[in-house]
Design a protein around this ligand. Structure first.
Ligand SMILES: *[C@@H]1O[C@H](CO)[C@@H](O)[C@H](O)[C@H]1NC(C)=O
Ligand SMILES: *[C@@H]1O[C@H](CO)[C@@H](O)[C@H](O)[C@H]1NC(C)=O
Ligand SMILES: *[C@@H]1O[C@H](CO)[C@@H](O)[C@H](O)[C@H]1NC(C)=O
Length: 413
């Protein structure tokens, strides 16, 4: 029936063209662009010299499937979104509410004289991320050394353009790609973690998807000795005066995933006690500071101290050797192996005697003497530190010696 009508109109159009009395369109073709969800207005303006003279009728059709949408001044196809705006005699506008993608196509405003005007309805669709093709916001952890591809796809009409951005720690963005995919090669713990993909096609709103990467890597650490003045020294060997309080080693660790962190002395795991205390002083997502405190440095505390961190990707460690500092008063006698600079009078006596008997200073019995001194003098900072502490120690020792000599002399005479 519809086709029949169409045919009749077509026949009409061929027979009665170019009559100046006939109604005319303002334009023969027009394109209307509408964003999906909005209202479309398809204008059809029919001018006629004398409308009373030649009554005419208008229908709207959708060409794609040749369905008739309106007849005279009513919508007839049963779609409630469609209406005819016929406020004036020469206006026959078609209005479609809540446009969807399927409404796109070719429409015709047809006069029963057979003339028609063609309108193209172009439906614009704002961008939308295609979830199945796009990297998820929190992808599973990436192991360092591997490659990782960030994917971002969106649809829309017209086809959206993609931008992929990366953000640094301070949230500064940088465009790293205008393609749908970007590969991060040889990912490391220094690789940026935050990315964003933005799709835009000129029909807002733009859509964005953020990605937060988790990168797993072998622990990296750094071990320092923290001096009393809070200087941090990275050394492999350190000499410490006996009885010095609170020897502080600080181990900074970055690792992901977080797993085991512990200290060893001469490869034996250290356990907290009243003398040695290890604790975590700082702990954030992937960063930890583990500290080791030796309350009072004794002879038996000499040894190699290691901070060890391990996780599923591997393990790493850093070590420092703590030794008793050789001082001017530290000498070894044949009978006593102890070089403890204790503050008791007895030991001072021994030292005093040995000093008198053996004025030449001997080096401590240690196989690594040369390495020690090299290490020792390499660090000027350490040297300064050491000079301060040992000179203080020496001062007190001399004071005590003088006191002892006085006492000794008093007792003797
Ligand atoms: C033709 O289009 C109308 C309106 O868009 C729709 O309701 C109808 O199902 C279509 N018919 C065919 C045969 O595609
Ligand atoms: C007609 O409609 C079909 C299905 O809705 C669509 O695939 C086709 O592209 C349309 N053709 C035109 C010319 O609009
Ligand atoms: C990462 O990509 C580069 C270049 O395509 C390739 O040579 C390398 O083998 C890849 N690395 C891994 C771990 O797949």
């Amino acid at each position: 029936m519809l086709l029949f009508l169409f045919l009749i109109i077509s026949i009409f159009s061929t027979t009665s063209a170019d009559n100046s009395d006939q109604p005319k369109f303002d334009r023969s073709h027009e394109t209307v662009s509408v964003v999906v969800g909005k209202r479309a207005l398809l204008p059809c303006y029919v001018s006629i010299k004398d409308s009373s003279n030649s009554p005419f009728k208008v229908i709207w059709m959708k060409l794609n499937n040749s369905s008739i949408l309106t007849m005279e001044d009513r919508a007839i196809n049963g779609d409630p979104r469609i209406s005819l705006l016929h406020a004036y005699a020469d206006e026959w506008n078609l209005q479609i509410d809540d446009i969807d993608e399927d409404d796109a196509g070719i429409y015709q405003c047809v006069i029963n004289t057979g003339m028609y005007k063609t309108l193209t309805l172009d439906v614009k669709v704002p961008p939308k991320i295609i979830d199945e093709l796009t990297t998820e916001p929190y992808p599973s952890p990436i192991r360092s050394g591997s490659n990782f591809t960030i994917k971002c796809y969106a649809h829309g009409k017209p086809m959206p353009k993609i931008r992929i951005l990366s953000y640094d720690q301070s949230d500064n963005a940088k465009i790293i790609s205008n393609e749908n995919e970007v590969t991060l090669y040889d990912v490391s713990r220094h690789t940026r973690r935050r990315y964003e993909c933005i799709a835009n096609n000129g029909y807002p709103p733009d859509v964005a998807r953020s990605f937060q990467l988790t990168i797993q890597y072998v622990p990296e650490l750094n071990l320092v000795f923290q001096s009393k003045t809070n200087d941090e020294l990275t050394l492999s060997i350190l000499f410490i005066d006996l009885n010095q309080n609170d020897i502080r080693l600080k181990c900074r660790i970055v690792m992901n995933p977080l797993d085991k962190i512990y200290w060893t002395k001469n490869n034996r795991k250290l356990i907290n006690n009243h003398h040695i205390h290890q604790y975590v002083s700082t702990s954030t997502e992937n960063f930890i500071i583990s500290e080791l405190i030796i309350k009072e440095f004794l002879h038996e505390d000499q040894g190699e101290y290691s901070c060890i961190a391990s996780n599923s990707l591997g393990m790493n460690s850093k070590s420092i050797e703590l030794l008793v500092a050789p001082t001017t008063t530290t000498t070894t006698t044949t009978t006593t192996t102890t070089t403890t600079m204790a503050t008791t009078l007895t030991i001072t006596t021994e030292l005093l005697t040995s000093r008198m008997i053996l004025p030449r200073r001997k080096r401590p019995k240690h196989s690594r003497t040369t390495t020690i001194s090299q290490e020792f003098y390499r660090s000027t900072e350490l040297l300064r530190e050491m000079t301060i502490t040992s000179s203080q120690a020496i001062n007190t020792k001399y004071q005590m010696m003088t006191l002892y000599i006085l006492l000794f002399m008093a007792a003797y005479f």
